[in-house]
Design a protein around this ligand. Sequence first.
Ligand code: ATP
Ligand code: MG
Length: 376
Amino acid sequence: MRDTEYHRLLGMNRDAFEELEAHLEERTYDGQTYRHVPDYRRGVERGTTLIDDTIVRGFPKVPRTLVLSDGVPERFADQPDDRIAVEEKLNGYNVRVVRLDGERLAFTRSGMICPFTTRIIERLVDFEDLFEQYPKAMVCGEMIGPENPYTAHDYPEVDSLAFRAFDWRDRESGEPLPVETRRERYETFDIPQTRLFGRFEVDEAATEIRRLIEKLDAEDREGVIMKSLDGTAQLKYTTSAANQGDLAYAFSLPFDYGQPFMFRRLIREGFQSVEWDESDAVARERAHELGEAILLSMHETIETVDAGDPVGERHTVRASPETVDVLFEHLERQGLTIDIEADRREDGDRVCTFLKQTRSTIDKTRNYLDGHIVKE
Ligand code: ATP
Ligand code: MG
C-alpha cells in the first residue's frame, strides 16, 4: 500500500508520516513483512503497527498519579461524568488481539506480533463469535500467571497462563468503547475480564481507592486503573507490594534496568508513605521492607555471578512443542541469548524453563568482583 494511505489512517500529514517512517522497525511474521512504532513518539501511540494495507493502533500509555487525593480529581475533573470506574490493574503483559484477513493475531506492547501469544491465546479464549460480529475490534487485555515468556507474577486463580480483557478499541482509530458497553459485550461473548471494583464519584474515589489498595497490597496484587465512564481517560495507582516487587526484580539485574526505573519506584513509596500519614513505626517498617527488596535481591545476584553462574530473567512456558520453538526463534531474532535450564513433556506439551541472559549485569558484576577500580 502507498504511504499516502497510511498517513491518512494515522491522521497525520505527509511530512509527519515521513518523519515517523524513519523510526519504524521492520519485522516479519509468517513470511509477511510489517512495520511498527517501537518507542514513544509524538502523535502516534507506541506499539502501532502498519501491516497489510491497514493499521493496528498501539495501546495508549496510562498516566500515573503519585497522590490519590489530588491526582484523581485533577485527572478526571474535565470529564462529562461525575463518576469514574475503578478496575483492577493486573500485572502481566499487555496484549492486543485483532483479526486481519481472517487470521487472529496477538500483538505485544511494542507492536510486534508475538507468535507464542498468537498461538496460546487460541487455547485460552474463544474469540470466534466476537470477531464474526465485530471484525474491526481490537481486544485489549493482560496475559497473567506464572508461565509466560515476559512477565511472571503469581495469581492464586491462575495455574499457568490466563487472559483478562480490560479494554475494547477500534483497531484503526484506537477509540475505546464506554466501560459499561465493553463489560457487557465481553460478558456476552463469555470472555474473562479484569475485576470492576465499582463506579465512584470523582470526589469520593480517592478514599475508596485507598481502601482497595490496602487490600490489594496485602494480597500482593498490583493496583488499580481508574477510567472515565466513556473509556477515554485512564489513570493508574499501584500498591507498595508492586513497587517493592519491581524494585527487588530490578535490583536483581541492576545493570540491565535503567536507573530511572528504580528511582521512580522509590519516589512512589515516598509519596505513598506521606499521603497515608504513616506513623514513625509504620514508615520505618516500610523503609525496612524497601531496603530488603533492594539489597537482598542484589546480594543474591552478586553471589550467583561470583559462583560463576549466569543471571538473567528466568521464565517458564508450557505449550505445544511447535509454539515453544517459534517462541525461541522470536526471542533470538531480537538478539536475546537463551539458556534452556529445564525441558520436559507433560500431556503433550513442552514445559520449558529458560533464562534470558542479561549481559550487562553479568559482565559488570564480574568486573567489580575482580576488583575493577571505579572513578566515581
Ligand atoms: P506502558 O504504560 O507503556 O504499557 P508501563 O510498564 O508503564 O508501560 P504499566 O505500569 O504496567 O505499564 O501500566 C499500564 C499497563 O497496565 C497497560 O498497558 C496494561 O497492560 C496494564 N493493565 C493491567 N490491568 C489493566 C486494566 N484494568 N486497565 C488498563 N490497563 C491495564
Ligand atoms: Mg504492567
